[in-house]
Design a protein around this ligand. Structure first.
Ligand code: SF4
Ligand code: SF4
Length: 422
């Protein structure tokens, strides 16, 4: 008889210590729209202690990861995080504890950076690319752009040797510029890049800042083509890592491309726990930590049913799809169009994903084979380099042919003109 191990995966809850409070007001921020559900206020000391105790006790692994998210988590003072670390030490019981903090970077100071470095935080910085791309949507409440402040924050992190990575949204504007986008992060010395497609709706209308399916596909292919030539194993792009993981039959590190939801729960500043950061709505409220334990909420039937819906709710087109193993229908938040059979629930970005998976399939096969043979997937770069060289040779030949054709055409035109003159 098969045995089940319901606690075999680490329990993971993101924290919102400053609720939805933020010093920026990015146009596409889903959190600003969800805030009337999520509640206001900041996390009290008693709640922080209760969470820390329960969260560590509930873990079945020796490592525990705390993730501080927003709103903007740096809206809380440094003393809040000093206290958080003190509580972590108090309740650790021999466990190794890591901390991650996702910030817009604009409030970083020397003092913050020293604290983050000394306590081994991994800092995720939200930045959408070069200045014009970033400043289109990432502005403060009075409409002032934020790129310079974010860059100042990144320079401070670099100066103090804080581990950091970049988290970019892909939207209607930067979605058209995969080359400049990727080059920017490369020049910045970013070693870990994560991007999320912006898909937001106002009622049934798609918001104009959302990335379109075709744009998403072209963006992924464009960034991939640059990455695969020189940066495999040097720069980690989460979407590409996750794609290779699925190709190799390993669970990817990002929920959107996994087969199950449910490992991205979130706790608001008032203790309310929701199934997912993208579903901070009454229907997805699991309970409040003051009344129920994290274990009850996160291993309970409501959360398990939320997790299963990712696969159970797939429309026919996905169920029959060649790329299902790599896509899993992506995030349920984006499943709101009809499939080719008229069934509701196809992912809005489907076309883009199909474009991307077809584009990388041969390379993924190659990298998987390298992994299977105990070699480095980075060997793909040689192949990609040869491919690029052949492509540029072909382009040169075509342009030579074009020049010859143009010369012949010009000569004929001149001859005709001259003949007419005669
Ligand atoms: S709903 Fe989307 S973001 Fe939430 S856990 Fe599922 S895939 Fe992840
Ligand atoms: S590529 Fe499209 S059809 Fe295939 S699994 Fe993904 S969303 Fe479904």
């Amino acid at each position: 008889m098969a045995t089940t191990a319901p606690f075999a995966t680490p329990l993971y809850v993101m924290l919102k210590p400053a609720s939805s409070h933020c010093n920026l007001a990015c146009h596409y921020c889903y959190y600003l729209r969800a805030q009337h559900h999520a509640g206001e206020g900041t996390m009290s000391d008693a709640l922080l202690e209760e969470f820390t105790r329960q969260y560590i006790e509930a873990q079945t692994m020796p490592e525990v990861l705390f993730t501080w998210h927003g709103g903007e988590p740096l809206m809380r003072p440094l003393s809040f995080y000093q206290r958080a670390l003190q509580l972590q030490r108090q309740y650790a019981r021999g466990r190794h504890i890591d901390n991650c903090l996702q910030t817009n970077g604009t409030l970083l100071t020397d003092e913050w950076c020293e604290f983050l470095r000394d306590n081994h935080f991994l800092v995720g910085i939200s930045i959408d690319g070069p200045q014009e791309m970033h400043d289109t949507y990432r502005r403060n409440k009075t409409g002032r752009p934020s790129w310079h402040s974010v860059m100042r924050g990144i320079r401070l992190l670099q100066k103090h040797g804080v581990a950091w990575n970049a988290m970019a949204t892909v939207n209607a504007v930067n979605g058209n510029h995969p080359d400049d986008f990727y080059q920017f992060f490369r020049d910045l010395g970013c070693q870990y890049l994560q991007f999320t497609p912006v898909v937001e709706r106002n009622g049934t209308e798609i918001c104009e800042y959302s990335v379109t399916p075709d744009q998403w596909g072209r963006f992924l292919c464009g960034v991939y083509d640059q990455w695969v030539r020189e940066d495999v194993g040097r720069i980690f792009v989460q979407t590409f890592d996750a794609t290779l993981a699925n190709w190799a039959g390993v669970t990817p590190g990002v929920c959107s491309l996994s087969s199950l939801c449910g490992h991205a729960a979130v706790m608001e500043a008032n203790g309310d726990v929701y199934s997912c950061d993208h579903f901070v709505y009454p229907d997805y409220l699991l309970g409040n930590i003051r009344q129920q334990t994290l274990t009850t909420m996160l291993y309970g039937e409501q959360q398990r049913s939320f997790a299963r819906k990712k696969t159970g709710g797939l429309p026919r087109q996905c169920r029959e799809c060649h790329w299902l193993f790599a896509c899993h229908g992506e995030c349920p938040k984006n499943r709101f169009i009809s499939d080719r059979y008229g069934e509701q629930g196809l992912n809005y970005l489907c076309e883009g994903y199909r474009q991307f998976f077809s584009h990388v399939a041969a390379d993924m096969d190659f990298m998987k084979a390298e992994l299977d043979a105990g070699r480095a997937p980075a060997n793909i770069m040689e192949r990609a380099g040869n491919r690029a060289a052949m492509e540029s040779q072909r382009t040169r030949k075509e342009s030579n042919t074009d020049t010859i054709t143009d010369t012949i055409t010009d000569t004929i035109t001149d001859t005709i003109t001259n003949t007419n003159k005669i």
